[in-house]
Write a protein that binds this ligand. Structure first.
Ligand SMILES: Cc1ncc(COP(=O)(O)O)c(C=O)c1O
Length: 432
């Protein structure tokens, strides 16, 4: 049995039909599916260990605490952070970015300061900065898109980064175009002008470890549900010195050192930023997802050894970054999809020649992406349509929305063929 057939057996959800057709799930960019080991780990935790964390001396509470902190350690390892206390659990990437914007930005930004974003950001990395800019009098500046290459126009970076820049917040991988950003460049230039660097890692971590220490960013935000883990949990990585500068947004139980009648003092990291009872079972599921990805990595390497090793080692570190074996399979499927989609004359495909990962957008001429998405659903093919929470990027691309296919470890070349076939059917129905 092939590697991908074995992987697919771990995802019972894929065994169903939609509208009488086998499900082809091409929406992992929105949320990945969960393999059996993740669901089982959460069930096992609920059935055998559950209690609240960090508070009890009894056995169940201690076990729950051990599970929760072991999960933090697994996330630390996947993100490549130095210390476990540099991983703060949140509800997801959105909360993590709000935590930086409100918890750090509100304390440190002043009128005249500038926040540099790119036009490729998800709303989760735009709106929190708009809010803090309105609160503090800081200004937003955007790295624009080069209309021809459809990658960020880095020639504008030098004009945008000045001594007034206090924050550079960019996505690692675009959730619309799949573009991998030259993070080291952004981070290094941010540091040179005295700004902090904040990275939205939501679309990178399903494919690879983050290596935050070598990226050298100050903050990095992720969600578990984008990387085969459960919904409801994510994390903010931050360098210790910057996390310590964050004012907790939530206050209450579990995050204090001492509480008096009139005031309270905060606990150490990471507890000070995790008020209230956390999503413990979700943390356990996330750790199981990371274990699962590591197991896949090993099995992929074992089966594709020589060729994969050679390709892996040849790949230059920068600007085309190293991805782990987890990404290799999805990359192959994606490359095939780009080739096949680009050959269809009735589509506009938004695939630049720059390194990209996991996600591809396209539009059928004169057809609204929603209509296309609905017809593909009737063919059993699940894609995403609309603005993908990236309206400024849609404006730069001069489109209202796009159809987006995104790929995970369970997708196959045959599924790309099904997508292409379904697009022909849609064309027939919509354009004749
Ligand atoms: C690039 C990017 N950033 C942030 C988010 C928000 O993630 P969440 O909804 O898990 O907070 C997403 C989700 O689609 C994303 O793709």
């Amino acid at each position: 049995m092939s590697w991908s057939s074995r992987v697919r057996r771990d995802f019972p959800i894929l065994e169903q039909s939609i509208e009488g057709q086998p499900l082809v799930y091409l929406d992992s960019g929105a949320s990945t599916l969960r393999p059996r080991p993740v669901v089982e780990a959460m069930m096992h935790y609920e059935y055998t260990h559950h209690s609240n964390v960090h508070r009890g001396v009894h056995t169940l509470s201690q076990r729950a605490t051990e599970c929760y902190e072991a999960s933090r350690e697994r996330v630390r390892s996947w993100l490549g952070a130095k210390y476990a206390h540099e991983i703060v659990f949140t509800h997801g990437t959105t909360e993590a970015l709000n935590l930086v914007a409100q918890g750090w930005g509100l304390q440190h930004l002043q009128p005249g300061d500038e926040i540099v974003l790119s036009v490729m950001e998800h709303h989760a990395n735009i709106i929190p900065w708009q809010r803090v800019a309105q609160q503090t009098g800081a200004r937003l500046r955007y790295i624009p898109l080069d209309p021809v290459t459809q990658i960020l126009d880095l020639s504008k970076l030098e004009q945008l980064l000045t001594s007034q820049t206090k924050v550079v917040a960019v996505t690692h991988v675009s959730n619309v175009l799949g573009t991998i950003q030259p993070l080291q460049l952004f981070v290094q230039r941010a540091r040179e002008v005295g700004a902090i660097s904040v990275v939205d890692g939501a679309q990178w971590v399903p494919h690879s470890r983050a290596e935050v220490q070598s990226i050298n960013c100050d903050f990095y935000a992720v969600s578990a549900h984008k990387m085969y883990g459960p919904t409801g949990i994510g994390a903010l990585y931050g360098k210790t010195e910057y996390l310590e500068q964050i004012e907790p947004l939530l206050v209450g139980g579990g995050m204090v050192e001492k509480v008096d009648w009139e005031s309270a003092s905060w606990d150490r990291l990471p507890g000070r930023l995790e008020a209230g009872t956390p999503p413990i079972a979700a943390a356990v599921g996330w750790a199981a997802a990371i274990d699962y990805l590591e197991t896949l990595e090993a099995s992929y390497a074992a089966e594709h050894t020589e060729q994969a090793m050679a390709e892996h080692q040849q790949r230059p570190r920068f600007p085309s970054p190293k991805v782990s074996y987890v990404a290799e399979h999805a990359k192959k499927v994606m490359a095939y999809a780009v080739e096949q989609l680009s050959s269809l004359a009735f589509l506009d495909v938004y695939a630049s020649s720059s390194p990209h990962l996991g996600v591809i957008s396209f539009n059928m001429h004169q057809v609204h992406s929603y209509d296309l998405g609905q017809i593909l659903d009737m063919e059993g093919v699940a894609i995403r349509t609309g603005h993908h929470c990236a309206q400024p990027l849609m404006r730069s691309l001069k489109v209202e929305g796009t159809a987006r296919a995104s790929f995970g470890i369970y997708n196959t070349l045959k599924e790309v063929d099904t997508l292409i076939q379904a697009l022909h059917t849609a064309k027939q129905m919509l354009l004749g």
